[in-house]
Ligand binder design. Structure first.
Ligand SMILES: NC(=O)c1ccc[n+]([C@@H]2O[C@H](COP(=O)([O-])OP(=O)(O)OC[C@H]3O[C@@H](n4cnc5c(N)ncnc54)[C@H](O)[C@@H]3O)[C@@H](O)[C@H]2O)c1
Length: 354
């Protein structure tokens, strides 16, 4: 088997709780004899030889005083995190959550870089609240200083920035982002509906997407939703949709009763034959942070596999699970993705004997 992916995380919120608990749950299922291609909710059983359970958490950075100093296994269950317990106690990780980079003390970058190096991390997963461009840059520079791959879960512009692309190419580490497209989230669903209308010859007149939920992400996005709104529009821009007809509200409300659930209301209105109306209203309800973790698991494995095979340019295989990849989605046709996946394949052959 290939060696486990050594993962560092910046921000110990719901995404990390969902990721860590999911990794642990799937490890248990595999130990109990569930076949690796039968794991529920897993898109790809292996990427670069890595199974979904082949992740070791080696470092974590936070600024919330209730989380700093705790073991990662306890910090993920500390409020305001509200992702549920996935059946069973969380295993002790032996990873103490460390002080992260604050806006009033950005000098911490060097310390984070040193800690990344000392931890042996291969990938730094950036999972802070949306809207902190300065923080995304500071953590990305820390990763580059340590020669560690960087995965950006947020809409902040890092992988799309030529400056950061050059920086990561110079240090020989992959840069993956920006903004993950959730497993079955409002972006992918909205995009599919708009494409369906277009495919069936219904002329789009207007459409909107309202999202609300009861976790910190929705509380934060009420105030800092600008970059998320743009990133969600980027995700729809893939099929020549008339974006002027579309409105997106990343957080139409913080509703504590929903806990870590997200609700999306999608509306699409158009006209068909004879200029007569067609209207569609759809409600999606999902476990919000599972929806993120189901995609993060692919992004971090792609980043690690690329780093291990010495690929430093943006791995096209990541584009379909991102809202805002560098150059936009149109830059990644089926052929580019196929080639990029082939590049990661040798690991599968070497390590799994298939
Ligand atoms: N489906 C999804 O959940 C989804 C989809 C796409 C993108 N995202 C994005 O992923 C990010 C993380 O989501 P989440 O639900 O885990 O958020 P969260 O609010 O639960 O967690 C963010 C964590 O970052 C910590 N933090 C804040 N400033 C920090 C700093 N300077 N250094 C270190 N840590 C800091 C916070 O204390 C918190 O623990 C958000 O930006 C969200 O928009 C989520």
């Amino acid at each position: 088997l290939s060696e486990s992916l050594k993962l560092a995380v910046a921000g110990v919120g719901n995404n990390i709780s969902a990721l860590l608990q999911g990794v642990q749950l799937y490890r248990r299922m595999l130990d109990e004899g569930v076949a690796e291609d039968r794991l529920p909710g897993v898109t790809r059983s292996r990427i670069g030889g890595l199974r979904v359970c082949d992740v070791d958490f080696v470092a974590a950075f936070e600024v919330d005083q209730h989380k700093v100093g705790k073991d990662l296994s306890e910090a993920i269950l500390t409020g305001p995190n509200n992702y549920p317990l996935l059946g069973g106690p969380v295993q002790w990780q032996d990873v103490a959550v460390r002080h992260g980079i604050r806006d009033d003390a950005p000098g911490a970058r060097r310390t984070v870089a040193e800690e990344l190096r000392a931890s042996g991390a291969e990938v730094l997963l950036y999972s802070l609240p949306t809207g902190l461009q300065w923080a995304a840059e500071e953590y990305a520079r820390s990763a580059a200083e340590a020669g560690v791959a960087f995965v950006n879960c947020t809409p902040e512009s890092i992988a799309r920035s030529p400056e950061f692309t050059e920086l990561f190419a110079a240090v020989g580490a992959p840069l993956v982002g920006d903004d993950l497209a959730s497993h079955l989230g409002s972006s992918v669903l909205h995009r599919s509906l708009l494409r369906l209308f277009a495919d069936r010859g219904i002329t789009l007149r207007s459409s909107y997407q309202l999202n609300f939920g009861g976790n910190e992400d929705f509380r934060n996005l009420r105030e800092r939703g600008g970059s998320k709104r743009q990133s969600k529009l980027n995700a729809l821009a893939q099929d020549g949709v008339d974006l002027a007809a579309v409105e997106i509200i990343p957080s139409a409300g913080y509703v504590p009763q929903l806990g870590d659930h997200k609700v999306a209301m999608l509306n699409v209105e158009g006209v068909g034959w004879g200029n007569t109306p067609v209207e569609l209203d759809l409600k999606l309800k999902v476990q919000d942070s599972s929806n993120a973790a189901g995609v993060i698991i692919d992004l971090i494995r792609i980043a690690a596999a690329a780093r291990r095979s010495g690929i430093t340019r943006f791995p096209a295989a990541a584009a379909r699970v991102l809202k805002s990849p560098p150059g936009g989605h149109r830059a990644y046709g089926a052929e580019a993705i196929r080639r990029s996946e082939l590049e990661l394949e040798p690991f599968d052959v070497e390590t799994s004997g298939r």
